[in-house]
Design a protein around this ligand. Sequence first.
Ligand code: ADP
Ligand code: ADP
Length: 221
Amino acid sequence: PDALSVTDLRKRYGANEALKGVDLRVGEGELVGLLGPNGAGKSTLVKIACGLVGPSSGTAEVAGAKAGSAAANAALGYLAELFRFPDWLSADELLQLHQKLVGSRGGAAERRELLELVALGDVPDRRVGHMSKGMQQRLGIAQAMLGDPKLLLLDEPTSALDPAGRRTVRELLETLRGRGVAVLLNSHLLSEVELVCDRVIMIARGEVVAAGTPAELSHAG
Ligand code: ADP
Ligand code: ADP
């Protein structure tokens, strides 16, 4: 099944229609950018995908399961923009903490594999306070990957990074794709999205107003 499948999705808050019939799909291993100004409905879409709010009508499925169901949530990973981990935790401890919080049974093997995946395999004992922004971002992605999700929801994952850090994150997302992990990347900047994504979906005032490759959209203005 698709990592995310949304059909004729509508969400009303009182008289305010935040989503007005949105259709979108994120296929297995696809990197899709969700772009739109403040108030477009991006957060509402993410909240529905996570089951925090229900749609007024239409459907949303994550990895073939109804959004909000235990199966759908097990298939999701999430990382906020500008998150901040405690300085005093090592990379390995940070993952261990989150394993405990989510009840993961992956143990040391899962942590080692994820740290290697994000190119922190050589520094499992490095404390967050001694990591560059790029290393912290990669650690955040490793944390979001705990439990082997099919769809990662990433909020502006390169906004705090310099160009080299952005390239590294892009390479990491390419690696995830090789494992069949799809990414829906939330942003309000085409420049962030175009570096990383195969496809961009632009929403404004609750509707999809354009969709295509980054090149197609930047030429369209
Ligand atoms: P974005 O994330 O793109 O900035 P949102 O999904 O937060 O957009 O908001 C879409 C629209 O829905 C906005 O007009 C916003 O004010 C409204 N909205 C969002 N959440 C609520 C809510 N809980 N109650 C009422 N209106 C809301
Ligand atoms: P819902 O039960 O529809 O999910 P929420 O719990 O998200 O509603 O929000 C409760 C109330 O808080 C909303 O009815 C609205 O009055 C207010 N609210 C929350 N977020 C927003 C927002 N972004 N814009 C406007 N109003 C909001």
